[in-house]
Ligand binder design. Structure first.
Ligand code: G4P
Length: 306
């Protein structure tokens, strides 16, 4: 592994947060509900740390998107986790369409009180939903899917920033296509590493082999069967991430001149295969068990185990 890059701090501070926060506040005034998209594989790490502050008391629906890529038992645990906090959560896949047809009913359930009040006052109007989330959680895919399904019309609307559109559904609901919320900073390296596993952060920011070793140690501890099956490995319990990576290179015949393993190639392949779900449905964090890595005495990110 490239030791000079091994200890590099993860640095990724998008500079658009203030603008996004302003835009969101503006749009929140004209919406009834915020549909917060998260990646079902890492529902907390794929949330903006300031989301609660930004959304305030706005009724909210958490959409666990990409649930087709996540562990189904874990999806159910996350739905319960949010429900325990009085937040309605729904498993969805913008790719397969799973859960998409339930969005309207769930939104109406969250807004039941408001709908009743409006009805009593003789008001009948569309419910407006703002779709939000960090980059890469699938906002565009989600809106396209839901729009396609409901046979929608899109159009500009007064009071909405140019370029933003309302997607009108047939069932009395309109969606606002909002840009993703960017992080002011990562709360921890742990969050950054998990986002990097999924490809939400560009690989160049991190050392690919190092990242792969952390992933392999996570899989060794949490999804050992999937790991062994995919890469024809055995006796993995005592192995470090780097040893696992070398074993994978050996089994796949990834060698460079001099008989050394081509761990760079191996690492890229493992990461890509993970992102393509070739290792199966994997969730990276569970309620109450979200810490994946810590900094050891050498300042190196290492998997902390369960
Ligand atoms: P964003 O607007 O929030 O930034 O996300 P976007 O819709 O662009 O989705 C980011 C990537 O995630 C895309 O893949 C998209 O296809 C994929 N994706 C979105 N929702 C789902 C889902 O529910 N399940 C799965 N399996 N994938 C999902 P990409 O490789 O970046 O682009 P593409 O080549 O697939 O279009």
């Amino acid at each position: 592994m490239d030791n000079n890059r091994q200890n590099a701090t993860i640095n990724w501070f998008p500079g658009h947060m203030a603008k996004t926060r302003r835009l969101m506040a503006e749009h929140l005034k004209i919406t009834d509900l915020a549909a917060e998209l998260v990646d079902a594989r890492l529902p907390l790490s794929s949330r903006n740390p300031e989301i609660d502050k930004i959304l305030g008391s706005k009724p909210r629906l958490v959409i666990l998107n990409k649930s087709d890529m996540a562990d189904s038992a874990a999806n159910a645990k996350w739905v319960s986790y949010f429900e325990a906090q009085d937040i309605t959560a729904l498993e969805v896949s913008a790719s397969t369409g799973k859960g998409i047809s339930k969005i309207g009913d769930y939104a109406k359930k969250v807004l039941a009180e408001k709908i009743e009040k409006d009805k009593a006052r003789g008001i009948h109007r569309n419910l407006k939903i703002m779709v939000c989330g960090i980059p890469n959680v699938g906002k565009s895919s989600f809106i396209n899917k839901i729009a396609g399904r409901a046979g929608t019309k899109t159009g500009d609307r007064p009071g909405v920033t140019k370029g933003k559109q309302w997607v009108r559904l047939d069932n009395g609901i309109e969606l606002l296509d909002m840009p993703g919320i960017l992080w002011p900073k990562f709360d921890s390296d742990d969050v950054a590493v998990k986002l990097a596993f999924t490809g939400a952060i560009r690989d160049e920011i991190l050392d690919v082999e190092h990242l792969c070793c952390i992933l392999l140690e996570f899989l060794r501890s949490n999804y050992p069967d999937a790991l062994c099956e995919r890469y024809k490995l055995s006796d993995i319990v005592e192995k470090t991430g780097y040893e696992l990576l070398e074993n994978i290179c050996k089994n796949r015949g990834f060698l460079i001149s001099g008989g050394e393993f081509d761990t760079f190639r191996g690492a890229n392949i493992v990461l890509n295969e993970f992102r393509d779900c070739r290792l199966g449905h994997i969730t990276l964090e569970l309620p109450g068990q979200t810490e994946l890595v810590y900094k050891n005495e050498f300042g190196v990110l290492t998997y902390a185990g369960q």
